[in-house]
Design a protein around this ligand. Structure first.
Ligand code: GLP
Length: 263
C-alpha cells in the first residue's frame, strides 16, 4: 500500500487528479481499448473531480474513450432527486467533460429486480474487461462504497442496508433529517473493488482519522471494510494532514519519507 500525505484537501485532490490523469493518458485509450474508471460520490472526491475537469478544459485530458462504473446508488430515490448519485455525478463531473452518455454506468436503485440489477452490473464490469482504476472515498466508520461494517470482504455488487452511523452522516445532504435518507443502497462489493487493477482511496479531515488509522495501521477487518485494501497489490491512499491524527508517529514519518519526490 502507498500512502500519500498532502498538507490539505486541495493538495490531496490535486495529487489524486494528477495521478488519475497520468494513468488515463499513459493508457492511451481507444474505442476498442477504453480506460475503465471506477467513480465514487461524496464530498471527498469533489476536489478531484474539479481538478480533472480543469485538465479536460485545458486540453490535457480526454474522456472520449473512458468508461465509468460508479460505486453505489441509493435504493428507491428518484434518479432526478438532487441527492441521488446519478444527479451528483452529472452535476459535479460528467456534464463538464467529454464522456459519452453510453459509457457511464450507475446502478439503478429503482430497478424492478434489484438482485438482477446488481448481477448485471457485475457482468457489465466483467464484459468491459474489469476496472483499471477504482477511485474511492471512505466513511468515518471505514466503509468503502456502501460496504458497511460487517460486510463480507469478498462481496460483489448487491443490496445493503445502511447503518445508523451512515444514515446520520448522510443526513447532512437531506436537510439534516435522518428520516429522509434512504435506508438501503446498491453497492459494488469489496471483492468488486479488489478486482480492479488499481485502487485510489481519498481520506481527508479529522473526522476520518479513526478510519485512516484502521485502514493503514490496523488489521484487515470486516468492521472497517476499507482495510481490505491492505491485501490489494496496487492500492494508494491519498490523505491530508488532518486525517493522519491517529496514525502512529512511525507510520506517519515512514510514508512521508518514502514518498518524498515521488509520484
Ligand atoms: C457515502 C458513500 C461512500 C463515501 C462516503 C464518505 O456513504 N457511499 O462511497 O465514500 O459516504 O463520504 P464523504 O466523502 O462525503 O465523507
Amino acid at each position: 500500500m502507498r500512502v500519500i500525505i498532502e498538507p490539505d484537501y486541495d493538495k490531496m485532490s490535486k495529487w489524486a487528479a494528477d495521478y488519475v490523469a497520468k494513468r488515463i493518458v499513459e493508457a492511451n485509450p481507444t474505442a476498442e481499448k477504453p480506460f475503465k474508471l471506477g467513480c465514487p460520490t461524496g464530498s471527498s472526491p469533489l476536489g478531484l473531480y474539479r481538478e480533472l475537469i480543469k485538465k479536460y478544459q485545458a486540453g490535457e485530458l480526454s474522456f472520449e474513450n473512458v468508461i465509468t462504473f460508479n460505486m453505489d446508488e441509493y435504493v428507491n430515490l428518484d434518479e432526478n432527486h438532487p441527492e441521488s448519485y446519478h444527479s451528483f455525478m452529472w452535476t459535479n463531473f460528467f456534464s463538464h467533460i467529454n464522456i459519452k452518455k453510453e459509457n457511464v454506468h450507475i446502478l439503478n436503485g429503482n430497478a424492478k429486480d434489484l438482485v438482477e440489477e446488481c448481477d448485471n452490473y457485475e457482468k457489465m464490469i466483467e464484459d468491459a474487461g474489469g476496472i483499471d482504476l477504482f477511485m474511492g472515498g471512505v466513511g468515518p466508520d471505514g466503509h468503502l462504497a456502501f460496504n458497511e461494517p460487517g460486510s463480507s470482504l469478498t462481496s460483489k455488487t448487491r443490496i445493503k442496508t445502511l447503518t445508523t452511523d451512515t444514515i446520520i452522516a448522510n443526513s447532512r445532504f437531506f436537510d439534516g433529517d435522518m428520516n429522509l435518507v434512504p435506508k438501503q443502497a446498491l453497492t459494488v462489493g469489496i471483492g468488486t473493488v479488489m478486482a480492479a487493477r488499481e485502487v485510489l482511496l481519498l481520506c481527508n479531515g479529522h473526522h476520518k482519522a479513526r478510519a485512516l488509522q484502521h485502514v493503514v495501521d490496523g488489521n484487515v477487518s470486516h468492521k472497517w471494510t476499507a482495510s481490505m485494501l491492505q491485501m490489494h497489490p496496487k492500492a494508494i491512499v491519498v490523505c491530508d494532514e488532518a486525517a493522519c491524527d491517529e496514525l502512529t508517529v512511525a507510520t506517519y514519518k515512514y510514508y512521508l519519507d518514502k514518498e518524498r519526490g515521488n509520484l
